[in-house]
Design a protein around this ligand. Structure first.
Ligand code: FBP
Length: 550
């Protein structure tokens, strides 16, 4: 018999996510001192007079039986999908219904655009039950519309008034939560009666700080990629004939590459933040990889793996300058005039660049040069997922090895395979960690709403401990902001958390990488486990374990 749902999908429906003890019943809200952003305090205080300096909130169990009014709430998902989004929705739904069975939840369709264009659907128990513990964002879809203009805020207000919505939950990364902070301030200043709560999402893992331990989706995505890398490594050491260049998602930060390296022990893993800190050139990186290939070839090991973070290009100082100048040129000219692949378009770009950037641009392989001129996303980001950095590196390593062969410095065979691990991890079945974490975040958002809070991000901490002991509450969005210059103007934005070169995860990697380069020390993590002992099924990422280690 053909079933429309897989066996795992059916089995996971029955999974009851683990909740911190404090979120299982009525809660008391403790305030733990007022907060400040780390920088630009005066500027941010004047931009966010109503939401600046709010205290961090912590939920504790309450022994009082509380009654709550019914409330209508809206939710939207923003940016790239991340495993666990459906559990944020089910946690929010269950949390609201536990407080008052007459509360209702509405989902805005395809992200912030749904709020502005008044496209929504009511999220009923029946609908939500279909999506519990599943990957993807398809229950309502997601989008990258940037919420930044007053007209958009007013259009949102219009539909929320119509639906009698009193609180909006925005699930997104740093850019979307920046928008949540601005929207919360706008509605509060206006006395609009709409609370805004953020929720930390992104597989990239770069939305974290002292109160937000990790963004959801990072755990599952890294486990999926690590399984695939492990499988490739087993093939690699079985056939002994290929170097595999594997690009990993992570638009800016290299957290995914670092976590996957810690899980799988590849021969080489590039960390973009280190490249920037050491001011490395593309040639430095290529020479290093070629040296590892040549050293292994000396010992008869003509195979290996190289992990490349997606955002690398933008961290190589010279490339960064080139991209900045390209951004200006593209912003000043109608980018539709750039017909990818036509050589006169390449000349057109070169003729407008400064001499230094023009010669770098001219030296790039045609496809990479073309990819750098493609349209930016609505937040102004280069679409790094479309740049074939893994191919660029392997072809440059190949050229260097040909040269070394001619000089008698290299005697091996260099055959390559390329992989890009990105979209295959963003909608996977959430690991137990993400299923539990997301459900808890949704419940925490419900409690923040019931406590009348706005301008907060739902927060669940201490997640390396058993779920019983997780600490839930809220962190003011304003404390995460700083002022950055973007497209020629100062903007308040949530600071991206890049890989900390002084942090334990990087130090652990740096201490081990030389032996991974020389030896074949591959680790094969295998698929995510959902049923079995807790140490197998509930294990958090190595990044989190190392960061939280005493
Ligand atoms: P978010 O930060 O929005 O969660 O997106 C992360 C990401 O998966 C990046 O790793 C990647 O560069 C980008 O989205 C790809 O975006 P798109 O889905 O628009 O191709």
């Amino acid at each position: 018999m053909i079933k429309t749902q897989s066996a795992l999908q059916l089995a996971r429906k029955a999974y009851q996510p683990k909740l911190p003890k404090t979120l299982r019943g009525a809660v008391e809200v403790l305030e733990t001192g007022n907060t400040e952003p780390v920088a630009n305090k005066e500027e941010l205080k004047s931009l966010f007079p109503n939401t600046y300096g709010l205290p961090i909130l912590r939920f504790v169990e309450s022994h009082e039986q509380k009654t709550y009014p019914a409330i209508n709430v809206g939710i939207l998902l923003s940016g790239g999908p991340a495993p666990g989004g459906h559990n944020v929705i089910s946690g929010l739904f269950d949390g609201l219904k536990r407080c008052n069975a007459n509360s209702r939840l509405y989902g805005f369709i395809l992200g912030p655009g749904g709020l502005v264009n008044h496209e929504y659907k009511e999220l009923t128990a029946e609908l939500i039950d279909e999506y519990r513990n599943t990957g993807g964002f398809d229950i309502i879809g997601t989008g990258r519309t940037k919420l930044e203009r007053t007209e958009q805020f007013e259009k949102g207000l219009e539909i929320m008034k119509k639906l009698d919505i009193k609180a909006l939950v925005i699930v997104g990364g740093d850019d979307s939560n920046t928008n949540a902070a601005i929207l919360a301030e706008y509605y509060m200043a206006k006395g609009a009666g709409i609370q805004v709560i953020g929720c930390p999402k992104t597989i990239d893992g770069d939305l974290k700080n002292e109160v937000i331990e990790t963004s959801f989706g990072f755990d599952t995505a890294c486990k999926i990629y690590s399984e695939i890398i492990g499988n490739i490594q087993r093939d690699c050491s079985s056939a002994c004939k290929y170097w595999h260049f594997i690009k990993l998602m992570g638009r800016s930060a290299s957290h995914i590459a670092l976590e996957c390296a810690l899980q799988t022990h590849p021969n080489v893993c590039i960390i973009s933040e280190e490249v920037a800190a050491k001011n490395l050139t593309l040639d430095n990186i290529v020479t290093h990889i070629a040296q590892v290939v040549a050293d292994r070839a000396e010992r008869g090991l003509d195979f290996g793996t190289v992990l490349v973070p997606e955002g690398l290009i933008e961290f190589i100082p010279a490339m960064k300058n080139l991209i900045a100048e390209l951004n200006d040129i593209l912003a000043d000219n109608n980018s539709e005039e750039l017909v990818p692949g036509e050589s006169d378009q390449r000349d057109w770009v070169i003729s407008r660049l400064s001499p230094e950037n023009a010669s770098l641009f001219a030296s790039l392989p045609e496809n990479v040069a073309e990819q750098l001129t493609l349209d930016r996303d609505p937040h102004g980001n280069v679409c790094v997922s479309r740049i074939e950095t893994e191919v660029l590196l392997s072809s440059m390593v190949g050229m260097k090895l040909i040269q070394w062969k001619m000089e008698g410095k290299y005697k091996g065979n260099f055959a390559t395979q390329h992989h890009f691990l990105g979209y295959e991890g963003r909608c996977g079945f959430p690991s137990n960690y993400d299923a539990d974490y997301c459900y808890s975040l949704g419940c925490a958002a419900a409690q923040l709403i019931m406590a009348g809070k706005s301008g907060y991000m739902a927060s669940v901490r201490n997640t390396v401990a058993p779920a019983d002991e997780w600490i839930a509450g809220g962190a003011p969005l304003s404390m995460m902001l700083n002022v950055e210059r973007r497209r020629g103007k100062n903007h308040p934005v949530i600071k991206k958390a890049l890989v900390d070169l002084e942090g334990k995860p990087f130090k652990q990697f740096a201490a081990l990488r030389e032996s991974w380069e020389r030896n074949t020390a591959f680790v094969y993590p295998g698929p995510i486990q959902y049923f079995g002992p807790s140490e197998l099924c509930d294990r958090p990422t190595m990044t989190l374990q190392l960061e939280k280690a005493e």
